[in-house]
Design a protein around this ligand. Structure first.
Ligand SMILES: Cc1cc2nc3c(=O)[nH]c(=O)nc-3n(C[C@H](O)[C@H](O)[C@H](O)COP(=O)(O)O)c2cc1C
Length: 359
């Protein structure tokens, strides 16, 4: 058994107990049995069958394709992706051969032995409908609509920040496909819970959150120029995890359909955190770069070790942060009723650090 990320001692302790609750990691997601909760995020590894197969063989249970668009599109000029150490900034710009020019890829994917989530995008409701209808005929296991990409002038994003527009595009797509529909949302929505609810009302079967955050910008101070050719780009990786956790928390509160939690997940503890916010499955994108393609089996193992050490299952911890928050609120209410506490500065555990800057 490979031990990773310092769980050895708790894992050994847990194994002293006779029977561990976590057991198998299989999950039933929209009627499909997945071998574990790990999902490949759209866009980070393309649409080549061999690569997607490798991802599956490396421990990923559900493989998402790079978003497919209505017409051929080159995407933005380089540089398009920059590793910032604590995450990435990218403005790839939704490059796509266009849904009609992928016959070779579809042929290769026909006899696959892994669950496939086909991501699509469009610039209008009609384009979304057109691509979705065609892709549905290729029989992926799920279709994910990307209504949340921040790196294109005219695609997708507009839907994801507006309840009515989200409702419209989801209901239109739902009518023309016969596989379950996942809707991928943006953290840029002012109230992501309301957008998710509109999608659920329009027939979405699941929500995926989040797409990249921002957009952000980095400037090369020597050349005095934005580094990305497109100037701005979406943020991903560890630096956006708190945003993803907050979004999943808000969505879980607002809807009853399952949520794929995604954004900055790279360890088993990250997975535990986003599941506690309400995620049913855990997506991984940028961490493929930092931890390699084995990241899926590593995170799954770390998650299982954590569950074993705490003798619980994924179901036990799903949305757990909501229940705890409710208890906290109730306790606070009772305390407030008993006495007028006024304002208290609480010790949050955070300390102001000495940054070394002395005047
Ligand atoms: C280089 C790159 C390309 C991406 N392309 C897509 C895409 O085509 N469609 C999509 O829905 N999301 C795309 N994303 C967003 C990811 O799927 C994911 O939502 C985001 O990166 C947050 O997850 P992470 O922090 O695990 O990377 C892309 C992200 C990156 C870094």
């Amino acid at each position: 058994m490979v031990m990773v990320y310092g769980f050895e001692h708790i894992y050994k302790q847990a194994h002293k107990k006779k029977k561990l609750k976590a057991g198998k990691m299989t999950i039933n997601f929209l009627g499909k049995t997945l071998k574990n909760p790990m999902v490949l995020a759209s866009g980070v590894l393309g649409n080549n069958r061999d690569i997607l197969q490798r991802v599956y063989d490396s421990g990923c249970a559900l493989v998402t394709m790079k978003s497919i668009g209505p017409f051929p599109r080159d995407g933005h000029n380089n540089p398009t992706v920059i590793d910032l150490g604590h995450g990435m900034i990218n403005a790839v710009g939704l490059p796509t051969p266009g849904y009609r020019n992928m016959e070779e890829e579809w042929k290769e994917l026909e006899n696959r032995n892994f669950p496939l989530n086909a991501s699509i995008y469009g610039g209008s409701v009609e384009e979304f409908e057109m691509v979705a209808k065609f892709v549905s005929l290729k029989k992926p296991d799920f279709i994910e609509i990307n209504i949340s990409c921040p790196n294109s002038d005219q695609h997708g994003m507009i839907f994801g920040v507006d309840e009515k527009a989200s409702f419209k595009v989801v209901s239109a797509v739902k009518k023309v496909i016969d596989v379950p529909l996942i809707v991928k949302l943006t953290p840029q929505a002012l109230n992501i819970g309301k957008i998710a609810k509109a999608c659920e009302n329009a027939g979405a079967d699941a929500i995926c959150a989040i797409n990249t955050a921002g957009p952000g910008m980095i400037i090369d101070i020597e050349s005095k120029m934005p580094v990305l050719a497109f100037k701005t780009g979406g943020l991903s990786g560890p630096m956006i995890k708190p945003v993803a956790v907050r979004c999943v928390y808000d969505i879980f509160k607002a809807v009853s359909i399952p949520v794929i939690g995604l954004g900055g997940i790279s360890t088993g503890k990250d997975a535990v955190e986003i599941i506690m916010a309400g995620a049913s499955l855990v997506g991984i994108g940028s961490a493929v770069k930092s931890r390699g393609i084995e990241v899926f089996s590593k995170v799954n193992l770390e998650l299982k070790q954590w569950l074993d050490a705490h003798d619980c299952t994924i179901d036990d911890i799903k949305g757990a942060a909501h229940k705890k928050q409710e208890t906290r609120n109730k306790k606070q209410e009772t305390r407030n009723k008993k006495q007028d506490t006024g304002y208290r500065i609480q010790d949050t555990g955070y300390r102001i650090q000495d940054t070394g800057n002395k005047k």
